[in-house]
Design a protein around this ligand. Sequence first.
Ligand code: GLA
Length: 391
Amino acid sequence: MPSSANDVRKELAKIFKTEFGKSADVVASAPGRVNLIGEHSDYNDGLVLSMAIDRRTYTAAGRRGGDLFIAFSNELGKKTSFEVIAGRFEHSNFWVNYIKGVCALLGEAKPIEGTNFAISSTVPRGSGLSSSAAYVVSIIEAVSSLYDIKLKDIEVPVLARRIENEFVGVQSGIVDPFVAKFAKEQNALLIDTRSLDFQHVPISEDCSILVCVTGVKRALATTEYNKRRQQCHQALTTISEKLGKKLHTLRDVSIEDLRSVKGSVDETLYARAHHIVTENERAVRTVSALRKNDMSMVGKLMLESHMSLRTHFEVSSPELDAFVEIAEQLDGVYGARMTGAGFGGSAICLVDSAYEEELSNQIAQRYKMVGFENGMVFLARSGMGSHVERS
Ligand code: GLA
């Protein structure tokens, strides 16, 4: 795999030329992300603190005219073609549906003709690092630029979520594409998923993020992700009834409200709501600790978040727990937690930058020693939001 972003960009330009016989008109890219805290909060109108990483998906695109669309995926080594029939695209295999979704929805604004695509990515897939949002946002940026479709910034993540929901069948929230669009280097992004207001929160250069990939692939569509969404909804309905108040989302439930219904709400639903309500509070405390540069406090809150996801929300896995337990025992680690939807995927560790390499090696070795063979640990620098270059 090419090492730097520039290498990937250059390699993709060559691939495009080889596949289509001419240069791309536009190359867009968007990053993967790690959530620092605020997990499973976005579909409950909650607060999420996230950070884009320096792994990106690149989409090169060029006009070809007519009705034929051709797409080449460098990762999959696959080339496929499809047509617009009576203004509509047929659903087909997973990765192509994203491209069709983008062309169909952007096509409502302005006619989109046959297009060539070549796509390459350095975001590990199925690892909880939001490879699908990086993918879909890079395609939206490429197609809208290619056809001069003026989108407001906020329309990009909103459209990306619609594509995942309507074309791919995953009930994902707004956060991943939001970060892919709005992230800034050396900053975390605090998102209020109710108002969609956001703030950049600087992260000290003295600390680093290690991404610990479990090697257990998970696709959101096939996990319990959609079930957790339903359970949060059920919890809300029951809590509203018990409190005799009309609540719109779990964001409206205070800790006091929650405690007052303990014992009269199904235990599992109570546990799910407990995670969501306390996670919002932890997100607020994490932002204030980051602003004070109190990394020990940030680390402590990350660990609390992990424990809540493990016991109350039940989305962790033995591999994720192993990474967190290993990290907790090492000097130079402030904290660790699973990141993303869970059920496999990745964990993150917040570490003192002075020891980042040594810790990365130690964590990887110890993960192997406890019996997990397919893990990988890498250092993630903060990344920037989506970017478009026209030739
Ligand atoms: C996935 C979804 C996000 C979010 C996280 C959990 O990454 O795509 O919208 O719900 O899980 O925090």
